[in-house]
Design a protein around this ligand. Structure first.
Ligand code: CP
Length: 313
């Protein structure tokens, strides 16, 4: 596998192998005073972010550094992008500067695919990882969420995962829906009609408008951030109405089965999407997701830059 642009690049077996590799990296680093593996020594990994990020950018940087890669972070605001340089010129410049991997976040759906095409015309360009493109996909988020579900629930096959919120603008929802279905989960989307995308009837999911109807049978609830920045000033339902109809309150948490787990990709809007006490409860796996994000991104970098014939660690 040269790039990771979409969860459609993964088969059930290759996705499962990535979950296994992430756990191997976690084990390899466990208890070490110096968290440094030689795996990517001499490789250059560049993160190129045209949108803000905390978790994804930091975890890719940590992953690269723990594998001894040289990691360079490029942000749109502090690069020549702010002087008007085109996406293609920026991508080709980073390729020419020696990137072995380009990790790309961009507000336009398809940007990472386009960069992979531009930089690989000679078949010799960098591996490109989609770290979130518009409302399209965020494959490494789906992989780390799948890893977290597998750890919390023992398996993914046959588990009922309820994804709640702003499906329309969520690359996390799309990547999770398709990946979790591929791994054998039953996926239910809960959202107001205004926050469902056209064509959702072609997704491998069922759709519901009532969180209260779905919570009792859920093994996991994945809450989404309401992406006001993609709504052009219009916000319906209102934050108050959203909180009442779709927010995960303490009362709603009580409807979940004992074993059920709550996920959120972050950043969380406490008080609207999730009550603060719920966000901090032991049922919520938000920080486990972040930790898994580092190990999962190590697994992805390893797969793309080293291949599958080597021993992980
Ligand atoms: N989950 C996620 O993509 O978070 P960041 O925007 O902080 O990277």
């Amino acid at each position: 596998m040269k790039h990771l642009l979409s969860v459609s690049d993964l088969t059930r077996d290759s996705a499962t192998a990535l979950l296994d590799d992430a756990e191997r990296f976690e084990q390899a680093l466990l208890g070490r005073e110096v968290r440094k593996l030689p795996t990517l020594r001499g490789r250059t990994v560049m993160t190129v972010f045209y949108e803000n990020s905390t978790r994804t950018r930091v975890s890719f940087e940590v992953a690269g550094k723990w594998m001894s890669a040289d990691v360079i972070n490029v942000s749109a605001s502090s690069s020549s992008v702010s002087k008007g340089e085109s996406l293609r010129d920026t991508a080709m410049t980073l390729h020419a500067a020696g990137a072995d991997a380009l990790i790309v976040r961009h507000p336009a759906s398809g940007a990472a695919h386009q960069i992979a095409a531009w930089t690989n015309v000679d078949g010799n360009g960098p591996s490109v990882i989609n770290a979130g493109d518009g409302t399209h996909e965020h494959p490494t988020q789906a992989l780390l969420d799948a890893l977290t579900l597998r750890q919390r629930l023992g398996s993914i096959e046959g588990k009922r995962v309820v994804i709640v919120g702003d499906i329309l603008h969520s690359r996390v929802a799309r990547s999770n829906a398709f990946l979790l279905a591929k791994l054998g989960a039953e996926v239910v989307l809960v959202a107001p009609r205004t926050l469902l995308p056209n064509g959702v009837d072609t997704w491998p999911v069922t759709v519901s408008s009532s969180i209260d109807a779905e919570l009792p049978g859920a093994d996991a609830v994945l809450l989404l951030r309401v992406q006001a920045e993609r709504m052009n000033g219009g916000f319906f339902p209102s934050p108050r109405e959203y909180s009442v109809r779709f927010g995960l309150s303490e009362k709603r948490l009580g409807q979940l089965a004992e074993h059920a787990v709550v996920l959120h990709p972050g950043p969380m809007l406490r008080g609207m999407e999730i009550a603060s006490s719920v966000a901090d409860s032991s049922k919520t796996a938000v920080l486990q997701q972040v930790t898994n994000g580092v190990h999962m991104r190590m697994a992805v970098l390893f797969r793309l830059l080293v291949g599958t014939d080597e021993v992980v660690a």
